[in-house]
Design a protein around this ligand. Sequence first.
Ligand SMILES: Cc1ncc(COP(=O)(O)O)c(C=O)c1O
Length: 441
Amino acid sequence: MDSILHHETVLEHNRRYIPGGISSVNRAIDPAITFTKGEGAYLWDAAGKRYIDFHAGFAPYFLGHNFAPINEAAAAALKGGDSLFGAGPSKAEGQLAELICRNVPAVQKVTFLNTGSEATSLAIRIGRAVTQRSHIIVMQGGYNGNHDELACNVFNSLAEIGPRVSPGEYPLRPLGAGTTIGQTHFVHAINYNDLESVRYICRRFPIAALITEPLLQNIGVVKPQPGYLEGLRDLADEFGFLLVFDEVKTGFRHALGGYSQVCGVKPDLVVYGKAVANGFPLALVGGKAEYMDSIIDPDPARRPFVAGTYNGHPVAVAAATETVRYLAANKDKIYPKMEAMGAAMEAGIAGIFARRGVTACVARQGSAFSFYMMAKPPRDLHDIIEGHDFARDVALRRALIQRGVFFVPIATKQCSLSAAHSDADVEFTLEQFESAVKAIW
Ligand SMILES: Cc1ncc(COP(=O)(O)O)c(C=O)c1O
């Protein structure tokens, strides 16, 4: 069957029942490929065409699609009669909690939810309950979830936010209609890598929490400048707000202990999702026991509300437990392998750009990388919107897709290697990259 025809038929059918035909807006891509199978480092579309996958479902598949030990653990939970009892403690969630606390240095206590958005929402709530303050700081170019309080200021045009603001804050720009973020005045968006703006906001407002991805991975890969994360820690201590690292994308991908373990800066709370259960829906909030224990504070005025029918669902808990076990047992092999493959990809892509005379750079942390049509990696969103060539970025991704390499066709989106990729996959990808660059420039 002609694959384009097939994709259009599926989309057409779905559109009759689902607005836009897809249940998450950022999955709507052009070309609208209908994938039918994922295994290891590969995806197959409805016509049977195989792609090397660097999207990894927006990054959860750190061990690859349909990784057998994890699928088996999830199936075993069901076959063994485990169910969502909906009452009382579960042995499995206690075991997973213990594993997380033993393997993630920033976590003394932890609670489980289903999605990253639920988890970031709870982290903010804990920050407010603990400090008895309302204001929060977010990063321009950071994404921390789909809920009213945080769904703002990820990608803006210069027309929307104007020239660089430092020190100071940017106007709030909700990601969509129907939220109250424009009216609440409790959220302050500042540039990443800008400590002076944190201080500026803290002098004017009582800040409950600052939430940030430790490196921004929703606008590619934007890394902290030396001293930045340490500076955030110092400011949190000086002004008494909770430092929340949103490790939904970085947790387990850069180390079992997340980027906080890599950089050695301890946040007050961390949020994990995505790779924590290698594609099964589980997220967590963890951190210092004194803050996590606010969840059971005897004083209702200081006790954040936590509830969820599916929190700690046995299938997702089994998947996460096997993910932690597997990574803990194999970390000395997996993380160096990912670093080596990431370095080969970075050097290969940078070499291709240089050979073809294209002004572009690669930004990378371990297995996560991105490229920008800029002379050097950006330090924040402002650099990207001023300097990046968005149209060429998407054109390059589409040319790669035609050549059997799936870089999601959304400008700047992070590309993710998984432990299932091989050196041969990297080599093939680089050959296709060179051919795609030749076609575009
Ligand atoms: C850093 C970060 N935080 C939070 C979220 C929200 O997670 P979810 O989509 O599971 O709600 C995402 C999702 O992409 C993310 O990248």
